[in-house]
Write a protein that binds this ligand. Sequence first.
Ligand code: AMP
Length: 211
Amino acid sequence: MRHPSEPSWGCNSRMRVLLLGPPGAGKGTQADRIAARFQLVHLATGDLLRANVADGTPLGEVAQAYLDSGELVPDEVVVAMMLERLTQPDCKRGFLLDGFPRSVAQARALDEHLAGLGAPLDAAINLEVAEEELLHRLARRGRADDNAQTIRNRLQVFAASTRPLLDYYDGRGVLFSVAAVGTVDEVSERILHAPRDITRQVPPASGQPAT
Ligand code: AMP
């Protein structure tokens, strides 16, 4: 039986959710925990791109320079990679996107794909952190693309290309913002309680499979 304080995520085992937020907001950490808890497929675009680079695939060869500089890999490359991944059968039981979309063009492509499946997005959860705190976190993280120049560039790219997604998803009534400060547990709790409101705000899509 569901405990009264249990968030509503568990009621809908096929949640289709994405995490938004600047680099260093903790998307990867939170996505890992939430995906494990609700058995959602966790798709981290940056991880998929880095795996392609490590494997020396043609996609990885295209992506490498963008990853190194902190620029976005071209939309058509990332969209093709992600839509191909999203059509695999494991994604039918729900997914959590981390790092995709990062531009309005990517968001539109994702929406069209999900509309075609009759399975629209349930929530876009925005992790909010002040820029000063992000700079501290990124400097401590020590990933290959966490050097000062690339960090600055990634934050600028976020402001220019990804921030407009907040309005995009707000306009669709699926945006939830969460303060991504405090302990990892505290942030997870906030995220877990954000979608409680989704069931009230988003009417069931017509034609969507009932199960
Ligand atoms: P991340 O691991 O999410 O911080 O992503 C690392 C890098 O991968 C970014 O700085 C971009 O170069 C690239 N990248 C990740 N996701 C995307 C995306 N959705 N669109 C374009 N480039 C991306």
